[in-house]
Write a protein that binds this ligand. Structure first.
Ligand code: PBG
Length: 331
């Protein structure tokens, strides 16, 4: 359409958005399979599978099922997994006794994964909540206080068990003070200098963890997690956590959740030279899948957009439940 209404503009940004070819040339951020780490909820035994009502597309699985699933994802370029044990309630207590079982769910799973898929990067989450009758990440005293230093000793001992089974990284998700340094020392004392630490250094108190807590039946039985996880309004505090964890020997830092804390990711990217990861958590995935099942939006597309935002904000890689949807869209 020819018109005499042509404006004289020095810049017309739409020229660079005109065709698929041009858009692909000027694209600033790329998502690749190697950007994603797959979380798994590990059941004891073999041939076990239990759905997770609030986490569509995911189930608690025994290690044989996990092996089959991750083998295919790994072949498509997914480099790593993070593991969470689903501990039967009768084995939970305040001392998290089951966490010290060298033949417990995670040690067995780590061993199997490293035997059968040696090139896979295996990350072991370390915190007491999957094992705790109180559902807390730390030991709880009679007054309901979460004990910092006692917990740090326990976490270091658990980390050692996972590292001895062959975990590539230990990922403490508990937010106790000093745990990164203590775990580093423990691993080094046992000549496990090659095992790294991915620190959940900015982990916020969040409603977006709800499906995760359903999966592990780990919702706190008393109180909440406000005395250890970060408070929503605080950003500077996350940067202090990052600096401390870096000093204590963290190899990789993490922001969690991801989407509602993109500002933290951007700020952290500016102050650390370490690799930076983000955890796109269960609730962030489940909310989109729920909207998808109601026909309110296109779930896989919205998940792809979400992961792009997290990468654009500065994450080098992302822990996410959306791998299958996004791999399909990338191919
Ligand atoms: C607890 C832990 C949580 C997650 C990972 N480790 C939740 C919590 O603090 O209760 C959440 C991950 C997710 O929702 O995907 N140590």
């Amino acid at each position: 359409m020819i018109s005499d209404k042509t404006l004289t503009l020095t810049k017309r940004l739409r020229r660079n958005r005109r065709t698929d070819a041009i858009r692909s040339m000027v694209r600033e951020t790329e998502l690749r399979p190697s950007d994603f780490v797959a979380p798994y909820f590990v059941l004891p035994g073999e041939n076990q599978r239990r759905e997770i009502r609030s986490l569509p597309g995911h189930a608690r699985l025994s290690i044989d099922h996990i092996l089959r699933d991750i083998e295919s994802l790994h072949a498509q370029g997914i480099p790593g997994v993070i593991l969470f044990p689903v501990v039967p309630n009768h084995l939970k207590d305040n001392a998290a006794t089951e966490a010290f079982n060298p033949d417990g769910i995670l040690p067995v799973a780590i061993r199997r994964l490293k035997e059968e898929l040696p090139s896979l990067c295996v990350i072991a989450d370390v915190a007491l909540d999957p094992f705790s009758s109180f559902g807390h990440d730390g030991l709880v005293d009679e007054r309901g206080t979460i004990l910092n230093d006692e917990t740090v000793h326990a976490l270091s001992d658990i980390a050692l068990i996972y590292a001895q089974e062959g975990a590539d990284y230990i990922a403490p998700s508990d937010m106790m003070d000093g745990r990164v340094g203590a775990i580093r020392t423990k691993l080094d004392d046992h000549h496990l200098t090659e095992v790294g630490i991915i620190s959940y250094c900015a982990k916020y108190v969040s409603s977006f963890y709800a499906p995760f807590r359903e999966a592990l039946d780990s919702a706190p039985r008393i109180g909440e997690k406000h005395s250890y996880q970060l408070d929503w309004p605080n950003a500077r505090e996350a940067l202090i956590e990052a600096a401390l964890d870096e000093e204590e020997g963290a190899d990789i830092l993490m922001v969690k959740p991801a989407l509602v804390y993109l500002d933290i990711l951007v700020k952290m990217r500016e102050v650390t030279k370490l690799p930076l990861s983000a955890y796109h958590v269960t609730g962030e995935y489940a909310a989109i899948m729920a909207a998808h099942s109601l026909g309110y939006l296109d779930g896989p597309k919205a998940l792809h957009e979400s992961l792009m935002a997290i990468k654009r904000a500065g994450a080098d890689f992302i822990f996410t439940y959306a791998i299958k949807q996004v791999l399909e869209r990338l191919s």
